[in-house]
Design a protein around this ligand. Structure first.
Ligand code: CUA
Length: 365
């Protein structure tokens, strides 16, 4: 019924119909009350009109019962709307633990996507149907917003921060992707499509572009190219701390504080190395601001994850990699933030110590 309405986008995700029901209810209720109010205005204007020029109206003493009725009924309706929409909000915010991971970077004026397996695309995102997909977003420049009307999701991509959204597409097809935040002169041209494929087709598509290796593999290459490898020796004998088994772990800082080595922390350490100095080390690392793109940083993070087989299991980083609004209220505090490099990164995992036993089953735990 809903999809026959004009202007209604396809319902192509598991939350689409829930969002639509709420929306239709709000519109219907608004129409009802607008109609009711206009009707009453009309009736009262006729019924209580002034009948002669010297008529004096009777004093109005008010009615407690009437006032209670028009206060309590709207109150109950509002509470109902609140509970209803809050439950949908939680559904949209809570990423299922078995979600597969993709990464998106907004940039004036395009969307760049990466899959942990190594596939990269611009203004197109391929995903399988029937599987929850978690997308981690950031921006190379200004605020953009990742908006897929058919999935009923919209999430800002912020410079200097990681935000997440998730969806589970229900049927194969090609759906519009928009930028929903004014981001400059070509904002309206910043659009693309999300291509939902049958799972088998998707697997074939993934392996179709195996050039360049996995995300973690690219990250390892960057790690070498940028010279990180010369100080961050794997056995800890270098001038900078070893990064093996660091991901998801607690790190002691020179200030006495403990921080969890999550995506945000690694990103910050690459761009602003002096912000948090690891205990017993010198602040000698230069900044890599301007030398590595946001996509590159995501690849380096994927690499560091891939050499932390245990860390990806227990990286219970409550809200660590997300914005405050993104934390999963009462939910499984971020245990699902650990997939990239974990799900795949087959090539690179071999280079990491303990990779052999790390096993593929650690994803999504
Ligand atoms: Cu990017 Cu609007």
């Amino acid at each position: 019924m809903l999809k026959d309405l004009p202007f209604m986008p396809d319902q192509a995700s598991t939350v689409s119909s829930d969002v639509d029901m709420l929306y239709i209810f709000l519109v219907g209720m608004t129409v009802f009350f607008v109609g009711l109010i206009f009707l009453m205005v009309g009736i009262f204007a006729i019924r209580y009109r002034r009948r002669s020029s010297d008529e004096i109206p009777r004093p109005n003493l008010g009615s407690l019962r009437l006032e209670l009725v028009w206060s309590v009924i709207p109150l109950l309706i509002s509470i109902g709307i609140f509970i209803w929409s809050a439950s949908i909000f939680f559904e949209i915010q809570r990423v299922p633990a078995n979600a597969m991971q993709v990464y998106g970077v907004g940039k004036q004026w395009m969307w760049k996507f990466q899959h942990p397996e190594g596939n990269r695309e611009i203004n197109e995102l391929h995903v399988p149907a029937g599987r929850p997909v978690k997308i981690t977003l950031t921006s190379e420049d200004v605020i953009h917003s990742f908006y897929v009307p058919a999935f009923r999701i919209k999430q800002d991509a912020l410079p200097g921060r990681y935000t997440t959204a998730w969806f589970q597409a229900t049927k194969p097809g090609t759906y519009h992707l928009f930028c929903a935040e004014y981001c400059g002169t070509q904002h309206s041209g910043m659009r693309g499509s999300v291509v939902v494929m049958e799972p088998a087709q998707y697997e074939a598509w993934l392996t179709g572009d195996a050039s360049g290796g996995s995300m973690a593999g690219r990250g390892e290459k960057l790690f070498n190219q940028l010279g990180c490898v010369t100080c961050h020796l794997p056995d800890g004998s270098g001038r900078c701390p070893s990064l093996v088994n660091v991901y998801g772990k607690s790190v002691k800082l020179i200030s006495g504080e403990d921080v969890v080595a999550n995506d945000e922390y690694i990103r910050e350490s690459i761009l602003r190395p002096n912000a948090k100095i690891v205990d017993a080390y010198q602040p000698i690392m230069p900044t890599y601001q301007g030398q590595v793109s946001e996509e590159g940083i995501l690849q380096v993070i994927a690499y560091i994850k891939s050499i932390s087989p245990q860390g990806t299991q227990d990286s219970g980083v409550p809200g660590g990699t997300t914005t405050p609004g993104q934390t999963q209220p009462g939910g499984p505090g971020g245990t699902n933030q650990s997939t990239p490099g974990g799900t795949t990164g087959a090539g690179s995992r071999q280079s990491g110590p303990g990779g052999a036993s790390g096993g593929t089953n650690r994803s999504g735990q």
